[in-house]
Design a protein around this ligand. Structure first.
Ligand SMILES: [Zn+2]
Ligand SMILES: [Zn+2]
Length: 232
């Protein structure tokens, strides 16, 4: 039986609550989303992403985006809609820490299938997964803690100038400054002398801590060096 849409006057056979499919999509919509933006942590070391309490690895960042959408978006059917599910997705912007994605949705209202899409943002927050934290804390030889109000600015300038193989395992910004984990002492001392040529630095603490035996059976120790940068 041919009916008329109460909103646009179009004639057709499939109507929901007196509205044609187009008007139903525009006026009521097939789904509600809890958020238009999903933020997940991404380990800057291994690239795994945290969804809920678990860290997942993916072949490519695109795969990660797809998995995040499937696991996290969970669209809810709007009024008069029986079921709604994610049927696909495409990147709307270049893949980055913040990526815009068009999510395709498929809804069923009785025997009628309605397709629509919504734009969402997937945001990656740089983080470290527990496995990598354990790995790095097990591997480092020297920890250099740079302190002072200009620590961040000067550390990154020094690192950019030095380049090359310093054996840096990780650079962690903390509230007090920047912590640099080195896999070998040579790298740490190269870094410290470069730091001294950039600013007045007070080396205020050197600690040795025994961490068991090396592969050759020698006693192994770790060094923590605290470098305070003088205020200008
Ligand atoms: Zn209509
Ligand atoms: Zn990791």
């Amino acid at each position: 039986m041919v009916k008329t849409c109460i909103s646009c006057g179009r004639k057709g056979e499939i109507f929901i609550k007196g509205l044609c499919i187009e008007c139903f999509k525009n006026r009521i919509g097939i789904a509600r989303l809890r958020d238009n933006e999903i933020t997940v942590e991404m380990c800057t070391w291994c690239g795994r992403v945290r969804i809920g309490h678990k860290w997942y690895s993916h072949k490519t960042p695109e795969d990660a985006v797809g998995d995040i959408i499937v696991r996290r978006l969970k669209p809810m059917p709007s009024e008069h809609v029986d079921r709604v599910e994610v049927s696909g997705w495409v990147l709307e912007s270049k893949l980055d820490w913040r990526t815009r994605v068009v999510v395709e949705l498929r809804a069923s209202v009785g025997n009628t299938i309605i397709r629509d899409s919504k734009s969402v943002v997937v945001r990656f927050k740089p983080s470290k997964c527990p496995d990598c934290v354990t790995r790095v804390s097990g591997e480092y030889d020297t920890l250099v803690q740079v302190r002072g109000s200009r620590a961040r600015q000067i550390v990154y300038r020094v690192l950019a100038n030095l380049g090359g193989e310093l054996g840096i395992l990780d650079v962690v910004e903390t509230r007090e400054g920047v912590d640099l984990y080195f896999s070998h002492r040579g790298g740490a001392s190269r870094f410290l002398s470069a730091l001294k040529s950039e600013a007045r630095v007070k080396i205020s603490r050197v600690e040795h801590e025994h961490v068991g035996l090396s592969g050759g059976g020698r006693r192994r120790s770790r060094k923590t060096i605290s470098a305070r940068i003088d205020e200008p």
